[in-house]
Design a protein around this ligand. Structure first.
Ligand SMILES: Cc1cc2nc3c(=O)[nH]c(=O)nc-3n(C[C@H](O)[C@H](O)[C@H](O)COP(=O)(O)O)c2cc1C
Length: 349
């Protein structure tokens, strides 16, 4: 009952705040429940994993970040990252870079090539390689360029919506998410996802949802909250921020069912049954098979899956000794011989 009332307040406040502005596109569920986003994650959120999450309740998907330069060089690898299937819509392509014209050109090219539903601009990546090239979170320290990038890309791809993903600031002394969000809104950005950490935090400390709540108050465009949603129930403590949606990253790597679990809670239902070990194994096997099919090389595919397998098997009985073996696995048969006995043992139990 408490949950439903909280939700009603959230959706009322959205309706009044957002009545005169276009939503990014039409996928706003009738009941105005917060939307659920799979966070873009480099090396993780390819088409295979995005579909896995979509089937389990993610509303909106985004590619991992792609460099404007990579796009313009028609780099084969970058083009591969642009692949998606129709079932993934609505899908955004995330771009990063530090040069407004170059980013606009890249965005235009992406729109021509693959016709995504929106372009997302990355103003949050903390990685040195990106920051040194004046991309990602480095733009949080250069608001004029950030604004110019947003304006130029919005104009270049109009009427296609452009969204943005930011961190709350460069470091704790320069938390400027509300300023940044206002500039982005003024530049025509239609939705802003906020990861509640500063650049200098990297992934340490806790995401600051108070700042996310301030951003919701500061702008009229939908704000998506991101950071540290480790399990479905975590969203309940953030409903009062008034965010229009929740973005989930690392938790989905371990448990892609988290989206449908969150949706049940948001509807005021109880949590669905946790996926059984058997269901988790089926998912692991399917993911591996699809990667093998994609790469057409089993050893390469399984090697690229190792980090993913670590995440998927978190909480499996005997997970610790398993990890070392998984870190060397090079075929699906080998993985099956490691995991199937555990699954079967637990079936009998
Ligand atoms: C492996 C990994 C790769 C990431 N790659 C991207 C990226 O390409 N673009 C982006 O905007 N954020 C990226 N992020 C950040 C996530 O989108 C998200 O903001 C962050 O993980 C916090 O959310 P979480 O606590 O739900 O994981 C990445 C995070 C991880 C762990």
């Amino acid at each position: 009952m408490k949950i439903s009332n909280e939700l009603k307040n959230v959706s009322d406040s959205h309706n009044s705040q957002q009545s005169n502005i276009p939503t990014a596109y039409s996928l706003q569920p009738a009941a105005s429940l917060p939307l659920l986003f799979l966070a873009p994650m480099a090396g993780v959120t390819n088409s295979i994993f995005r579909r896995i999450c979509k089937e389990r309740g993610a509303d909106i998907l985004t590619t991992e970040f792609l460099s404007a330069d990579g796009i313009m060089h028609r780099n084969a690898r970058t083009q591969q990252y642009l692949n998606f299937v129709e079932e993934e819509r609505p899908l955004g392509v995330q771009l990063f870079g530090g040069d407004p014209e170059r980013l606009a050109e890249a965005a235009r090219a992406v729109v021509d090539w693959v016709k995504p539903d929106f372009i997302d601009l990355n103003f949050g990546c903390p990685v040195n390689k990106v920051v040194c090239r004046h991309g990602g979170s480095s733009l949080l320290r250069d608001c004029p360029t950030l604004e110019k990038i947003a304006q130029t890309v919005v104009k270049a791809v109009a009427p296609l919506p452009v969204t943005a993903k930011i961190r709350i600031g460069w470091d704790e002394k320069s938390i400027n998410a509300t300023t940044t969000a206002r500039l982005l809104e003024g530049a025509g950005i239609q939705r802003i996802a906020v990861h509640g950490r500063t650049r200098s935090q990297g992934y340490s400390g806790r995401a600051n949802w108070d700042v996310i709540a301030d951003v919701v108050q500061a702008v009229r465009v939908p704000v998506i909250g991101n950071g540290d949603i480790a399990e479905a129930a975590d969203v309940l403590q953030h409903l009062s921020t008034g965010v229009a949606g929740f973005m989930i990253g690392r938790a989905a790597m371990t448990n892609p069912w988290i989206f449908s679990e969150i949706r049940s809670l948001l509807r005021g239902d109880s949590l669905p049954f946790q996926p059984t070990l058997e269901a988790r194994w089926e998912l692991i096997r399917r993911h591996c098979r699809e990667e093998i099919e994609l790469k057409k090389n089993e050893a390469a595919a399984m090697s690229s899956m190792r980090a993913r397998l670590m995440a998927y098997t978190k909480g499996f009985p005997g997970a610790r000794p398993l990890r070392e073996k998984i870190s060397k696995v090079s075929s699906l048969g080998e993985l099956e011989s490691l995991l199937l006995p555990i699954v079967e043992e637990n079936l009998q139990g």
